[in-house]
Design a binder for this molecule. Structure first.
Ligand SMILES: C[S@@+](CC[C@H](N)C(=O)[O-])C[C@H]1O[C@@H](n2cnc3c(N)ncnc32)[C@H](O)[C@@H]1O
Length: 449
């Protein structure tokens, strides 16, 4: 049923409590219900449940936002929340943020993520991820079959119910009391918690949850895989995090990487190895299909400290030519060190759009090598965006391997790529943020000949 704005007549005010039948998952970790024609985005529930929910936002005529107060009919996939500080028995404003799927079985969490990806790909990318239904099978069953295994678990997560994975956590400080903790869901109010179940044991050991730090603004807790754990404190009114530029050691498949303590590194303890192997395997597939040229102008865009360029080299061999492009000069310095064994590797500090603009202005010999290239891109959550994608389609590399943490941004860029002669040839998704709505997708696009 599509929302008809004329039928969105329910008068709702903040604080009202309503009974809702929850029908779908939406992007952003909330579910969808309807109340007298009006769409309601509801937190802390599961599609299929009936809940009593409190309206927390009702500014728009077409939709409102609500939070679950009581479950009237529970889904078979409902579990006790993995984080008591985020559970339904706390008042909605006191529930801890950052574990918005913690009341759902892991298997169902992955299925919900698969639905979000499939829906975004269909709406914005023009791609149906579900196969045609088999004879005698309804469309819904075909969709469920196709989606059941789409989002892959990180190794070991199913044995520990997806807990204890975060090697990096940001805590905040209440300016009045000095209390250190996470923000509450949907607000910037620091709340009191006694543990961080999504974080590793080491992070829990050093997180200053019981200290008062009235002069601090926030505390990053960092536990590298091959270095001492530490906290990075930002004092109130300052931008600098003390210790953020210290170099720490990470290990991925026996390979060492240096990274700044406060720099970008995937937070799930298994995520660097999982993405490393996904990129390596994608490049191996391109090599097998004779679609990869190690001497072309290969790129690792938004390259950080060179993790994915190293994965490309693992597949293509040490003679690979690849340039990492990254706006943070410290990360670029570390990438140069991490890739120093590759004589054909270059690490550049630049904004991706500027680097691509330079390539577009290059002589024809460079443009020719670019057309034979494979480009890996791993942008921040907002995605690469239309301008960068248009620059890429103009440069026309042979293939693109797009690592995305936002399915809608990926789907929009997929639509643009498909409209410019690229075909989606492979898609994998990884549940590297259990108990949250986030996940990572790796999509391979090949230019039609
Ligand atoms: C999601 S991280 C990926 C890092 C790396 N690929 C990895 O796997 O560790 C995105 C990186 O893009 C960088 N970045 C953000 N905006 C950028 C831009 N416009 N141009 C270049 N780099 C950018 C950030 O500093 C960050 O290191």
């Amino acid at each position: 049923m599509s929302a008809d704005p004329r039928s969105a007549t329910a008068v709702l005010a903040v604080g009202d409590e309503v009974e809702l039948d929850v029908t779908n998952i939406a992007h952003g970790g909330v579910c969808v219900a309807r109340y007298e024609g009006r769409v309601i985005f509801v937190a802390d529930t599961i599609p299929g449940e009936r809940v009593r929910a409190r309206i927390i936002e009702a500014k728009k005529k077409s939709f409102a936002r609500a939070v679950t107060i009581e479950v009237l009919t529970a889904s078979p996939d409902r579990r006790d929340h993995v984080w008591p500080a985020a559970a339904l028995d706390r008042a909605p404003e006191d529930r801890a943020g950052g574990a918005e799927f913690g009341h759902i079985s892991l298997e169902r969490q992955r299925l919900l993520k698969a639905h979000v990806l499939a829906d975004a790909m269909q709406r914005f990318g023009g791609i149906e991820l579900a196969a045609e239904p088999e004879e005698g099978e309804g469309e819904d069953a075909a969709l469920e079959d196709a989606l059941a295994d789409l989002v892959e678990a990180a190794p070991g997560d199913d044995d520990v119910n997806g807990l204890g994975y975060r090697t990096r956590v940001r805590l905040h400080v209440d300016p009045e009391t000095g209390l250190v903790g996470p923000y509450a869901a949907r607000s910037r109010r620091v709340i009191d918690v006694d543990a961080l179940p999504l974080a590793t044991d080491v992070v829990n050991e050093i997180a200053p949850l019981y200290d008062a730090l009235p002069e601090a603004a926030n505390v990053d807790v960092v536990a590298p895989s091959a270095d001492d754990p530490r906290t990075l404190v930002t004092m109130q009114g300052e931008k600098k995090r003390v210790g953020a530029q210290d170099r720490v050691q990470e290990v991925v498949e026996d390979r060492g990487f240096v990274v700044r303590a406060g720099g970008f590194w995937q937070v799930h303890r298994e995520a660097p190895a999982l993405l490393f192997s996904a990129i390596r395997d994608a490049v191996i597939d391109l090599i097998d299909a004779d679609r990869f040229d190690p001497s072309a102008t290969n790129l690792d865009l938004y390259g950080g400290v060179g993790l994915l360029a190293a994965a490309m080299a693992e597949a293509a061999g040490p003679s690979l030519r690849v340039t990492t492009v990254e706006s943070d000069e410290h990360a670029t310095e570390d990438a140069a060190e991490n890739l120093s064994e590759l004589v054909g590797a270059l690490s550049v500090t630049a904004r991706v759009d500027r680097h691509l603009a330079d390539l577009l202005a290059s002589p024809e010999t460079v443009r020719t090598r670019m057309r034979k290239a494979t480009v890996v891109l791993d942008p921040p959550r907002s995605g690469a965006g239309g301008d960068v994608i248009r620059q890429l389609t103009e440069l026309a590399p042979a293939s693109l391997i797009y690592v995305a943490c936002d399915p809608v941004a990926l789907a929009r860029d997929t639509g643009t790529l498909r409209g410019s002669g690229y075909e989606l040839t492979a898609l994998r998704a990884f549940d590297i943020f259990p108990h949250t709505h986030h996940f990572e997708t790796v999509a391979v696009f090949e230019r039609a000949e």
